[in-house]
Design a protein. Sequence first.
Length: 203
Amino acid sequence: MTALDQAPVSAALTRAADLVASPWKNGGGVTREIAAFPPGAALDAFAWRVSVADVGAAGPFSRFDGIDRTLVLLSGAGMTLAAADGARHVLDAPLARADFAGETAIDATLHDGPTRDFNLMTRRSAARGALDVWRAGVHRVERADTVLLFCAAGAVDVAVAGARYALEEMDTLRLDGLQRAFDVVVSGGGALLAVSLAVGERD
């Protein structure tokens, strides 16, 4: 066994009740930041940022130049995102997703009332991110700077690095120091959003 095999994984659990609400740049909703790098970075300075947004009204999305965005519907009847170039993203079921560039002009239409959405934002010049939906089973995690396991629906138990964690809706398990690939065992009837993040310029 090498030192790399024995390298520890740092785990931290953030409960839904710990998330702090703040208004959007354009005033059209409320965001609860889950994590960002660097920690506490302003909206024009983060390498990556993960958050949950409550969207209460239709209207244009804030512009984020140089940012790649992934949006996942968590609850509500859904929304349609219409881009200036004619592209449309219809999110009409829980865990439906849209991927788009932050500098694209996007106008959001709510289908029937407010929605709650999960947002991943990565700065192209500074970070890389990937998002997958995990349900019960064994999932392989590759080497990364940070992995966030966000409970998007229901409840799950997560077993990783010899420890077990019980997550309920909107809880997040953060894993840092992933110097090798390893397995994560998920049980229960809920769903996780698994976000893998690495800081550094893209190839």
